[in-house]
Design a protein around this ligand. Structure first.
Ligand code: SF4
Ligand code: SF4
Length: 503
């Protein structure tokens, strides 16, 4: 789509106005409470895989004393992120613990016994506008910053895309369209200066020309705070976007703000756009200006069974039981515990699961907030899911292919473009768990693709071995033929010699 063609832009916006859903926001009373830092727990549990990419590798051992901000695990490979001690204390060891992941499998984590002193490593900040783009990206990588909107992609890897070619447009995502969550709203209201400065630092890192901060129109206080903070900067603009789920998804925000669509299976950088979450921008500000690695985040604690829902500043690794206790505890046993939002979050089984870099919310939901597991009925082909899908997919047809075990058919209908937002399932009157089908099928397709690549690589190895053996056999035969020819030549020469002598 050409953004310079106003009629196309208008048509795209009209189309965008039709999709999506309006789940009940349920953001209050948490959204009304100022961010509060909670006390340190006795121990912190830090999973080594808190980001997309290879897990971090520990650089400390049991018994080591660590200080707040000290490197405790380094990134491994191109796509990875390091971990830093969120407070001072002693490393207890590395153990497998339950982590917030859909697989529910345990994963290795570093355990730190906090000493309560909260002693910090010396930190060194810098003026970002004296740093080169490469130096900014390196400092962001060293600080362990990942996408704090839930994607957890290492931010420095994204920034380095700007090294190959400048990316003119930066979008900061202040959508926060998931029900219950208000951590980004509070951050934008209370720390707008950090967000705007982070945007300007990112612009420098990617060679960008303008930053658009997209904020849902139902957050007037955040919009006002950001506009005031951006006042003196012509390159930063705060743009209200419609309040609708999933406006916070990257592709929708880009389309709404720029009139451009990210190609299927493509990246936003392909159309000259980069998107970061507002909390990521604030973390980049702190990493560059103050030399602070990422060791804490803001978490919304809410849900019908939480006594006093609120927004908390929490050290990474804190068990969610400590957050719930700080909110006055639970009024009843939750029907479902969720890490993240109710639409795209991960259901967890234990209050001892730790907060990780991706955790924007902890929800303890009651029975009236959760659909009954056996509530689904047959598809009535009403088409509501088709109208609601923000990507323009045909969820009912994709689900039918999956149910018929026709995974290639579901892929041909665009399953890989599905962002897993859950809007189709939300609007479905038959309450069909469409996203569960899609997630299962995506996992199966990925496994089949891995299997295909493995088979292909085995076939290539077998073919290479057969070709090598054929070549060796041919070379052997040629060498034998050469030797035979030389022997016969020598024999013939020997037979000629007596005649030559007699002559
Ligand atoms: S098909 Fe995927 S992208 Fe479309 S509404 Fe459903 S979950 Fe969202
Ligand atoms: S919304 Fe549900 S019932 Fe309606 S067509 Fe889609 S899958 Fe079928």
């Amino acid at each position: 789509m050409n953004a310079r063609d106003p009629s196309l832009f208008v048509r795209l916006r009209r189309r965008l106005q039709r999709w999506g859903a309006h789940p009940e926001a349920r953001k209050y009373p948490a959204a009304d409470t100022a961010i509060t830092a909670i006390p340190l727990p006795p121990t912190l549990t830090l999973p080594l895989a808190q980001h997309i990419g290879a897990p971090a590798q520990p650089v400390v051992r049991a018994g080591d004393r660590v200080l707040r901000g000290q490197l405790i695990a380094q990134g491994a490979g191109k796509v990875s992120a390091p971990l830093h001690a969120p407070t001072s204390g002693t490393v207890v060891g590395i153990v497998d613990v339950p982590v917030p992941h859909p697989s529910k499998l345990p994963a290795p984590a570093l355990i730190i016994a906090c000493d309560g002193l909260d002693e910090a490593c010396p930190a060194e900040g810098a003026d970002p506008f004296t740093l080169s783009p490469g130096e900014i990206a390196q400092r962001v990588a060293d600080a362990g910053i990942v996408g704090l909107g839930g994607a957890t992609f290492p931010s420095a890897v994204k920034l380095s895309l700007g090294r190959d070619q400048p990316i003119p447009t930066l979008i900061l995502n202040g959508g926060e369209c998931e029900p219950y969550l208000s951590c980004d709203d509070r951050l934008m209201q209370e720390r707008a200066g950090q967000v705007v400065d982070g945007a300007r630092i990112i612009l420098r890192a990617i060679g960008g020309e303008r930053a658009l901060i997209g904020v849902e129109s139902n957050k007037p206080a955040a919009i006002a705070a950001l506009r005031e903070a951006a006042g003196g900067h012509a390159d930063v603009r705060v743009v209200p976007v419609p309040s609708r789920y999933p406006m916070g998804s990257e592709k929708q925000l880009i389309a709404w703000l720029t009139g451009r669509e990210v190609p299927s299976e493509g990246r936003s950088a392909d159309i000259g756009v980069m998107v970061h979450n507002v909390a990521t921008a604030a973390a980049i500000h702190r990493a560059i200006r103050h030399g602070e690695p990422l060791t804490s985040r803001i978490v919304t604690v809410a849900g019908g069974t939480v006594r006093t829902p609120r927004n908390l500043e929490v050290r990474i690794g804190t068990p969610i039981s400590a957050l719930v206790a700080f909110c006055g505890g639970l009024t009843a046993t939750p029907t479902r515990l969720v890490m993240g939002g109710p639409m795209m979050g991960v259901a967890v089984d234990s209050l001892e699961i730790p907060v990780i870099k991706a955790s924007g919310g902890v929800l303890a939901l009651g029975p009236d907030e959760v659909a009954a597991p056996d509530a689904s009925a047959a598809c009535i082909r009403c088409g509501a899911c088709v109208g609601a899908c923000p990507i323009g997919l045909l969820p009912l047809e994709i689900a039918a292919r999956i149910r018929g075990d026709d995974l290639p058919g579901s892929a041909a209908l665009g399953l890989k473009d599905c962002i897993g937002c859950g809007t189709c399932a939300f609007v479905c009157p038959s309450r069909i768990p469409l996203v569960q089908y899609f997630n299962h099928a995506k996992g199966e397709l990925a496994a089949r693709e891995r299997d295909r690549l493995r088979q292909e690589s085995i076939r290539e190895l077998v073919q290479a071995r057969a070709a090598r053996m054929e070549r060796e056999a041919r070379e052997k035969a040629e060498a034998a033929a050469r030797r035979k020819a030389e022997r016969e030549k020598a024999k013939a020469a020997a037979a000629r010699k007596p005649e030559e002598v007699s002559a």
